[in-house]
Design a binder for this molecule. Sequence first.
Ligand code: SAM
Length: 308
Amino acid sequence: MTSSTIELKQNFSTKLINGLLNIKPLAEFAKAQARKMIIKRAHLIGVNWEDNVQNLQNHSWQEEINAIENPNLQYPPYYLTSFHAYEKGNMSWDAAWELESAAYSVHSTIYSKTPQPDGDRNLRKSYHEFLQTQISTNPENILDIGCGVGLSTFALQEAYPHSHISGLDLSPYFLAVAKYQAQQKGKTINWIHDAGENNNLPLESFDLISNFLIFHELPQSAAENIISHSNKLLKKGGFFAIMDMNPQSEIYQKMPRYVLTLLKSTEPYLDQYFSLDMASVFTKYGFSTPKIVPISCRHRAIIAQKIN
Ligand SMILES: C[S@@+](CC[C@H](N)C(=O)[O-])C[C@H]1O[C@@H](n2cnc3c(N)ncnc32)[C@H](O)[C@@H]1O
């Protein structure tokens, strides 16, 4: 088959999938199937999805919400859309109660074809080992942007037990769960309900700003704004790091376009993330040329230092 025939076939499949996804019942069916698969995989690795959700559902959340919610926050419009097959995206209790189990399930096949329970832990471990090779002194003050229910924040605290750690997110539901989980684990973390690109955190106050699996959820303008705003929040010489999907990995390079289209139906800004030239954005906003390193078969870590 010639390359132009393959191209034509791929365009046809992509258009077909796009057309099918525009038919709401079919899109709902595709999302329900994907969800079933994630829950089935969770069971295979010993995660009791239903019990985990039920336990969180039974808790009364008013106290956490009252403590966390920032009443003056203006949500950026790109955020208030459907993500990961949740109609209300990250702005829902369902998404908050399921996030931890979903992360374990989705990451269970990173290091082997048969689902493994420690895929998520190993992914976070690889990222921290990479950070530790790049940052020679212990960062005193760390910010975790897009902290979700705290998985990345707790992992940072484990890697840097003597640092002061803040977790920032736009979802009050995720932060409420994060706060509750921190209390259960006896951890002290400063939770902030705000936007990564627009907040009143003190300037030049952080030694490390970490972004674990948030960038693929951002349109390019928001990604640029987070990088430029973070430059102002970092002390001179401080580090900005990202762990996220690796568009250059063989898995995504070889992925048929129609599968990427299916992925896009639950990740609305994926194509913008895949086409963003990170190195030029970093240098444009006062960072050194970033180091970009694959850290799993489908993820990369990126790190740069504030130079001005
Ligand atoms: C896939 S989750 C990752 C959560 C967490 N870092 C982890 O490792 O499990 C992405 C998170 O980024 C948050 N997020 C997206 N855009 C954001 C923004 N502009 N500012 C702050 N948080 C944002 C979402 O609410 C969500 O919690």
